[in-house]
Ligand binder design. Structure first.
Ligand code: AMP
Length: 280
């Protein structure tokens, strides 16, 4: 596996592979790789001849009081994991490479509608940071296919909408959330949890599963399902940001005519913000 830090080197390598007729898959990440990321790389391999992974902790998607500075950066361990997974090329740009004029002067990509609720409401500007950097990375890598995790369900919806609305020539593949044995969705932010918090953390997914069952059984209205879930999470020690039952496609609140339902949740355990989701 080769590692490149500049856009020029990245383009040279990919141009060489494409000139040999190879199909390119791309996996954008912020590093501190876990088995969820590695599952994306395996999927990318199955869909292509050459896999490019990027590691970039994108400052544009972090709010002022968020964890940009403390976000775990573990490049050596990440490289080893990517080599073991058979990744072909690793792109590790610095913020200066991605935003040479600084964040204030950077052209942005704003995706409306799907960004208004849920994490978009709690983290203003977050999804503009995501869509902007993913757009740029797509322009740099020019992959045939890009692989994302359903763990970040709203993010995947934002990317799909951006690609569709802007007629971007890339296929988007979503992969189910990879979980620890106790059900906790794997996340780079799980490392922030204390031992005590880590024991409580699986309650988030358990509550989502319970809520899904209640919706399936039609024993509760969506409102009472959400209220009960929030009470369960608060009793376990979470501070709930949102617990929303939505249309899986539009991410708007589910109604009686909704065909497919997803529950999106975000909750703090101490200082750590966890997100998860489940679909009917
Ligand atoms: P991140 O490094 O957290 O920005 O995530 C990079 C990519 O990995 C995104 O497409 C995420 O949705 C995906 N991802 C993160 N955690 C998981 C997980 N537990 N299972 C599957 N994909 C994941």
């Amino acid at each position: 596996m080769q590692t490149v830090k500049t856009v020029q080197k990245l383009r040279e390598k990919i141009h060489h592979e494409k000139s040999q007729g190879k199909r390119i898959a791309f996996v954008p990440t912020m590093g501190n790789l876990h088995d969820g990321h590695i599952a994306l790389v395996h999927k990318a391999k199955s869909l292509s001849d050459f896999v490019v992974t990027s590691i970039f902790v994108n400052p544009m998607q972090f709010g002022q009081n968020e964890d940009l500075d403390s976000y775990p950066r573990t490049l050596d361990a990440d490289s080893d994991k990517l080599i073991a997974a058979g990744n072909n090329l690793l792109f590790t740009p610095t913020p200066e490479v991605i935003y040479p004029q600084g964040l204030e002067r950077q052209t942005q990509v704003i995706v409306p509608f799907v960004t208004e609720l849920h994490c978009g409401a709690s983290r203003p500007g977050h999804f503009t940071g995501v869509s902007t950097v993913v757009n740029m990375l797509f322009n740099m890598v020019q992959p045939h296919v890009a692989v994302f995790g359903e763990k970040d369900y709203q993010q995947l919806a934002v990317i799909r909408k951006m690609v569709k609305d802007l007629q971007m020539p890339v296929e988007i593949c979503g992969l189910p959330t990879q979980r620890a044995d106790d059900g906790l969705a794997l996340s780079s932010r799980n490392g922030y949890l204390s031992d005590h918090e880590r024991k409580i953390a699986p309650t988030l997914y358990q509550t989502l599963q319970q809520s899904l069952q209640q919706l399936k059984n039609q024993t509760h209205t969506p409102e009472t399902v959400a209220q009960e879930a929030i009470s369960t999470l608060e009793a376990a020690g979470f501070l709930v940001d949102y617990f929303n039952i939505v249309d899986s496609e539009t991410l708007q609140p589910a109604t009686v005519s909704t065909k497919k339902t997803t529950i999106l949740a975000a909750a703090f355990l101490g200082k750590t913000r966890l997100i998860d989701n489940i679909s009917l």
